[in-house]
Ligand binder design. Structure first.
Ligand SMILES: [Zn+2]
Ligand SMILES: [Zn+2]
Length: 244
C-alpha cells in the first residue's frame, strides 16, 4: 500500500509554531493536501498528540504521535510511536530531562494545548525550546524501549541537525534519516557516505499550515498500521521510500 506522508509537523504547542497550527486544523490541512499518514512532532513534547490522533481517526488518516527531541548536543531527533499511550510515557520521561525554565511567550511564543474540537485547554508553562539531557548516543535505544523509532531530523540543514552538531550522522543505530522536502538526495549521499544505505525521509518540518507537505513523498508497505510503519523505520520490515 502506498501512503503519502509527512512525519515532521509542529503544532501551536511548539513556541515557534503558528497559533493557527491547532491539532484540528493541521490534520484537516494534511487531509486536504492528500496525505495519508502524518506525525505530530512538537519540540520536546507529545502533549497535543491525543487531540491530533482523535481528528486523524475521524478523517481516516494514519497518525503517528511523536516529538522532535533536542538532545544534549542540540541535535534534533524525530521520535515516533505506534500509540498515544507510548508517546505520552516517553513524554513524561523527557519532561524530567528538561531544564525547568519558564517560557516567556512575549519572546519565544505561546505554547498552546488544544482538544480535538479546536479549543484551547491550557498552556505549557516551561519553555519547550531547550535541550534535554538525553545524549544522541542513547536516543535510539531509549526511544525503542518505549516502542518507538528515532531518526535524525533535517540533516541537510546547517542548524540543530546531527550534521551541524557532530559533523556527520553518528553510528549510534539510526536506521533512517530525514532531509528537508527540497533536499538534494544524491548530493547528500555523496557528502555523507554513512547514510548511503539508509532510507531518506522527506518531511516538511512545517510550523505553519501552508508549509505542510503536499503529496510529494510516499512509502510503500504491506500493512498501513502505525506499528508496521515503526517497524519499517526500525529496519525490521521491508518498505520503500520514494518521491513523486
Ligand atoms: Zn528541528
Ligand atoms: Zn521541527
Amino acid at each position: 500500500m502506498k501512503l503519502y506522508y509527512d512525519f515532521h509537523i509542529h503544532s501551536c504547542l511548539s513556541p515557534c509554531g503558528d497559533n493557527d497550527m491547532t491539532p484540528h486544523d493541521l490534520v484537516q490541512m494534511a487531509a486536504i493536501l492528500g496525505l495519508n499518514a502524518i506525525a505530530l512532532t512538537d519540540h520536546n513534547t507529545c502533549a497535543n498528540c491525543p487531540a491530533a490522533a482523535e481528528v486523524a481517526a475521524e478523517l481516516g488518516l494514519v497518525f503517528l504521535p511523536g516529538m522532535e527531541l533536542c538532545t544534549a548536543e542540540e541535535a534534533h531527533i524525530v521520535c515516533l510511536f505506534p500509540s498515544v499511550e507510548q508517546a505520552l510515557a516517553f513524554d513524561a520521561y523527557i519532561e524530567s530531562t528538561l531544564p525547568p525554565v519558564k517560557n516567556r511567550p512575549d519572546i519565544f511564543g505561546e505554547q498552546i494545548l488544544c482538544n480535538a474540537q479546536d479549543e484551547q485547554i491550557g498552556v505549557k508553562p516551561n519553555l519547550l525550546a531547550t535541550a534535554s539531557s538525553v545524549s544522541v548516543d542513547d536516543v535510539v535505544e531509549l526511544v525503542r524501549s518505549y516502542g518507538g523509532a528515532a531518526f535524525p531530523a533535517h540533516i541537510d540543514r546547517p542548524s540543530y541537525s546531527v550534521t551541524a552538531a557532530l559533523g556527520d550522522v553518528p553510528p549510534v543505530g539510526f536506521t533512517a534519516v530525514e532531509i528537508t522536502a527540497r533536499g538534494d538526495i544524491d548530493a547528500l549521499k555523496a557528502r555523507h557516505r554513512e547514510i548511503a544505505d539508509k532510507p531518506l525521509l522527506l518531511s516538511s518540518d512545517a510550523h505553519c499550515l501552508e508549509n505542510i507537505n503536499e503529496a510529494c513523498a510516499y512509502l510503500e508497505l504491506d500493512d498501513p498500521s502505525p506499528t508496521a510503519i515503526i517497524e519499517a523505520l526500525n529496519g525490521l520490515r521491508p518498505c520503500t521510500w520514494s518521491r513523486g
